[in-house]
Design a protein around this ligand. Structure first.
Ligand code: RET
Length: 312
């Protein structure tokens, strides 16, 4: 067990420190629980989690309403996005409730009550989302059925291994830096392998896609690369905090900010981009609902450009 001298850690907030004192950190506690938050910091985290919940709800409506604009071969991608939205909505709603019940306001700051806040729910939730997100891409790019099955198996296996090793690691974030880093490192090996698979898939299998879809797949690569990398950064926040304890409640805000931005980009924006690539492929294939949707969008564009209302 690692014992942290809270008076030293909170040197900049003496009144808070006086009440917390020094204590032994129990195994498995997340950093968020040992910090105290100003009303601003506590609100920011509540608002970020609420933003995440809202984004998933909006995404759910979007993926269901646009599903039929893609040819049937691409529709599983929208279904998988909708599944991700439901599961992410539920977990983020749970995180929000957990956040609100774990802390109480004492007139000056928010401090831990007799319950705790855990990021662990997120990791287990990724067991559903990561396999779905990776698999849905396979429905949009050009792959043979054999390559589809082979890549899906690799995606699911390496995705789960990345998540579960990270899940174990985050239990050590306050109590053992060596174990925390070791599990984080093992998880990163699987992460790099996933990026290699995704890069290979995108850059080898986008040949033959219509131009707009080809370009969108390139954007998708960057969205994945950047947004997925925010998760390991969020994992490392407790390490940064041990070096800069003055960070205080802002460390908690930073972590939830990273998670929220990562969630919105890796799930919602990614899904919207894949839908647009699927629609471009459906237009090229002459699929009537896709042609209709494109016509409507083009008319809207024309109308905005000329300011002359068109009749549909
Ligand atoms: C962990 C542990 C530390 C090392 C690495 C990690 C990577 C996590 C990733 C998560 C992606 C999650 C997604 C969820 C969508 O719902 C596990 C934090 C590399 C990349 C995309």
């Amino acid at each position: 067990m690692l014992s942290i001298d809270l008076p030293a850690a909170f040197g900049f907030m003496p009144n808070v420190v006086a009440q917390l004192g020094t204590f032994e950190i129990p195994q498995g506690l997340n950093l968020e629980n040992i910090l105290v938050y100003s009303p601003l910091q506590h609100d920011l985290i509540s608002h970020l989690l609420t933003l995440g919940v809202g984004a998933m709800a909006v995404g759910f409506v979007y993926f269901l309403t646009t599903k039929r604009q893609s040819a049937p071969a691409y529709q599983p991608s929208s279904v998988l996005s909708a599944i991700v939205m439901v599961s992410a909505f539920l977990i983020l709603f749970r995180q929000l409730q957990g956040w609100q019940s774990a802390f109480a306001f004492d007139g000056e700051v928010w401090r831990l009550t007799d319950s705790t806040f855990s990021n662990g729910y997120r990791y287990l939730n990724w067991s559903i989302d990561v396999p779905c997100l990776l698999t849905q891409m396979l429905f949009v790019v050009n792959v043979t059925p054999a390559k589809f099955r082979k890549t899906r198996t690799r995606f699911v296996a390496s995705g789960l291994l990345m998540i579960y090793t990270g899940y174990i690691g985050q239990y050590f974030e306050l109590t053992s830096i060596p174990w925390f880093m070791l599990w984080g490192f093992i998880s990163t090996i699987f992460y790099v392998y996933i990026l290699y698979l995704v890069g290979n898939l995108i850059f080898r299998s986008r040949e033959g896609l219509p131009r707009p879809a080809y370009n969108t797949m390139g954007t998708i690569w960057w969205v994945i690369l950047i947004s997925w990398t925010l998760y390991p950064l969020a994992y490392l926040v407790p390490l940064g905090w041990q070096f800069f304890p003055e960070w205080g409640g802002w460390a908690g805000v930073t972590r939830q900010f990273l998670f929220t931005v990562a969630d919105i980009f890796s799930k919602v924006i990614y899904g919207v981009l894949l839908t647009s690539a699927a629609q471009a492929c459906s237009v090229e294939a002459g699929y009537e609902p896709a042609l209709q949707a494109k016509k409507t969008a083009d008319n809207g564009q024309l109308e905005r450009e000329t300011k002359i209302p068109s009749r549909f």
